[in-house]
Design a protein around this ligand. Sequence first.
Ligand code: PMP
Length: 326
Amino acid sequence: MPIVPDTLSLIGHTPLVRLKGPSAVAGADIFGKCEFANPGASVKDRAALSIVEDAEARGQLHPGGTIVEGTAGNTGIGLALVANAKGYRTIIVMPETQSREKMDTLRALGAELVLVPAAPYASPCHFVHTSRRIAEETPGAIWANQFDNIANRRAHITGTAEEIWTQMEGRIDGFTCAAGTGGTLAGVGMGLKAKDEGVTIALTDPHGAALYNYYAHGELKAEGSSVAEGIGQGRITANLEGAPIDAQFRISDEEGYHWVRRLLDEEGLCLGLSSGINVAGAVALARQLGTGSRVATILCDTGFRYLSTLHDPAWRAEKGLGQAAA
Ligand code: PMP
């Protein structure tokens, strides 16, 4: 590994690991992109850097300026670390339902935190709308707008997809992940399709999201609910527009947690629920593609971010999650 000149150079270039348990169950080779290895410990560092550098290139962000964003947490952490490394201030608006660890990490990074009650997207109090208003009212501020700013997915077209293609030496049959903004799914999907049209790109949707029905039946309709943080989208964001989706799977929190548990117990990998849901989706896709297929997915962030939630037995009991495995 070479010496890198600064923190921002640590973003991306993450390892790809073969996941033994999921591969054995699917009779395939399933690989996880280790996005927890980014300096902010999540996939969102890539989008954060791309959004900030895009704003700089457009002349919208100047020294001492402010970056404002509404986020489930990980994008805020990415933006705060990029901002610190470049000399900007950050204001982060997040729903108060997100994990304590994300809030503490944001405070440690010096971001100004604005917590809002969870509200539907149609409500003016939703964290995304609140963050846009704060950006408009703050002199010298930009609104990162991760959902509809396609500098987000560009990070995955030029970064994540290229890396996966190179790491798998072009021998890849399928890719799948869940969508929050959709930047990862659309960006990696577009990047891999540009290399080989034959790679199957699949959406893995949690319950409570509307995209499964959209790609399966052309209708944005949500059913059920999920406690997974950072995923579950109800609309076609600008990042999702034109995403090359060939197949879709709907995965329950219980199936996702099953893989979080097994990867922790059998492979020593501590992940969050969105990663578990992605792995369940990868197993489903590999089964569809057949024995011996090679499928990649995203290990979105570190499980150490969820010690007070997913990895706490009392929290799981309260949510009725993983009780069979406890
Ligand atoms: N998992 C976690 C834990 C996240 O925070 C996010 C980002 N919201 C995602 C998955 C989904 O990534 P994307 O926004 O690129 O769809």
